[in-house]
Every structure is written in C-alpha cells, then in structure tokens.
Design a protein around this ligand. Sequence first.
Ligand SMILES: NC(=O)c1ccc[n+]([C@@H]2O[C@H](COP(=O)([O-])OP(=O)(O)OC[C@H]3O[C@@H](n4cnc5c(N)ncnc54)[C@H](OP(=O)(O)O)[C@@H]3O)[C@@H](O)[C@H]2O)c1
Length: 246
Amino acid sequence: MTETAKVALVTGGNRGIGYHVARQLAEAGVHVLLGARDLDRGRAAVAALAADGLDVHLVQLDVTDAASVAAAAKAIEADPGRLDILVNNAGIAAGFAPPSQASLDEVRATYETNVFGVIATTNAMLPLLRRSPAARIVNVTSVLGAMHLLTDPTARWADLTPLAYRSSKAALNAVTVLYATELRDTRITVNAICPGLRATGFGGGSPPPGAGDPAEGAAGVVRLALHNDDGVTGRFFNYDGTPYRW
Ligand SMILES: NC(=O)c1ccc[n+]([C@@H]2O[C@H](COP(=O)([O-])OP(=O)(O)OC[C@H]3O[C@@H](n4cnc5c(N)ncnc54)[C@H](OP(=O)(O)O)[C@@H]3O)[C@@H](O)[C@H]2O)c1
C-alpha cells in the first residue's frame, strides 16, 4: 500500500457483487479491506485476489454483530488509520414471503443485515471516513425498494411482494438520504446504487432468468465509489450510472 492510495472497506466482500467490487477497486489502485463475516470464506477470497497481485486485506466483519463491527473499526483505526470509501454491500433476503405471510423472524433478520447493519457499520466507520479529504459511502440497494415503483401498480415487479426485502431496501434508501443530509457540509458523500439483477448466490437457489454478470453490477458501484464530484450526494443510481427516482 502506498501512502497516497485510497482505502476502501467492502462489506460482504467474499463473494457475489461485493467480491467483484473488492477486485475492481484493487485493480484501480485502491487498498481494499475485504469485509467477510466468515474468516475461512474471507481468506479464500483474499487469496484469490492476492494471487492476481491485488492489494486486498481481510477484515472480519459481521454487520449484525456489534462486537465484530467495533473490532473491525478498531483494527482499521490501528492500520491503516483512515478510510476513504465504505461500500455497504452485505445484504440478504431471509425469505420472500408476502406481507400477510411474513414472519417477524424473517423481517427482523433481513433488517438486521440490510438496514441496521448498514447503520452500525457506517456509524462505526464515520470517524475514519472524516479523516479522508473526499470520502464516499456507497449503499448497495435495489430498485425493488424504490417507492415510485412500489406505489405504481403498472410498474415492472409490481406483483413481487416479498415484504422483508423490498421494505428493507426502501428503508435503506431513506437511510441513505438521511445520512447525505446530515453530512451535506462535510467531505463525505452518501449515495445508493442498484447493481441490477445479477447471477450470484443471493437468496439461495439458482439465479433468476435474465440475471447478468455480477462484475457488471460491481463496476457501477466502483464508479460511484471513485467519483470526483463532491456535489453528488443523496442520489440513487442504476449500475450504468442512470439516475433513479427514489
Ligand atoms: N444479486 C442481485 O440480483 C441483486 C440485485 C439488487 C441488489 N442486490 C444487492 O447487492 C448486494 C450483494 O448481493 P449479492 O447478489 O452479491 O449477494 P450474495 O452473493 O448472496 O452475497 C452476499 C454477501 O453478503 C455477505 N453477508 C451476508 N450477511 C452478512 C452479514 N451479516 N455481515 C457481513 N456480510 C454478510 C455474504 O457473506 P457469506 O458468504 O458469509 O454469506 C456475502 O459475502 C446485496 O445488498 C443485495 O441486496 C443484489
């Protein structure tokens, strides 16, 4: 790592979109801290990236575990002592039940990762991000959480009613805007991005038909993480850079 290299933390970096975000940030010369809740899975991901000569280091980070989040912040504080980019990528769908059949366990589990985990991680990392001359927080959300689509019965996916996931991403979108508003007069921008439908292990089972390459979704996340415009904050983008309505 050089003194001037940007430092990024990617949550859920051991597989799926997060893995490609970690890879592409490292390829862009960023010193990447790859967050993984499971150390063995994290080590395997870091080894694969290191084999390609990439500057990636493992940080144990379960975003639902307060002790893990605090320990990760402490480890980064010790070395390298700052953070320029936080990608809140870790996300789950603990189930796909419609509202009338959703269990509170399913909803709570989904919110623990997709909403509370983002808040816990962001707040723990903010002191480190405040040391950056131009910090970027990128929240990986989904267009499935966009209120303008949720409220349009003619919209694509209008009949898709998994309560926990869609509402968790709507909450994450609101969380994104509220952080951006509070941090407006700082050097930290906060934006949300939908990576598009991707062939990953998300939700278990086989990827849905039409799911694309996770690397393509990751490229959009990386562009937003590396953007130079401090005025771009509190915004929602598709992976190709198209602005989305909330
Ligand atoms: N795939 C899509 O089509 C799609 C579309 C729109 C949005 N997204 C969003 O994109 C993000 C990444 O999804 P993906 O498709 O890459 O999913 P994925 O392949 O299932 O990967 C999810 C990653 O998050 C990690 N993770 C889960 N819970 C965690 C926790 N409590 N703490 C830390 N890490 C945790 C997983 O770790 P383990 O390996 O330990 O489980 C894994 O590394 C999610 O936020 C998802 O909602 C995905």
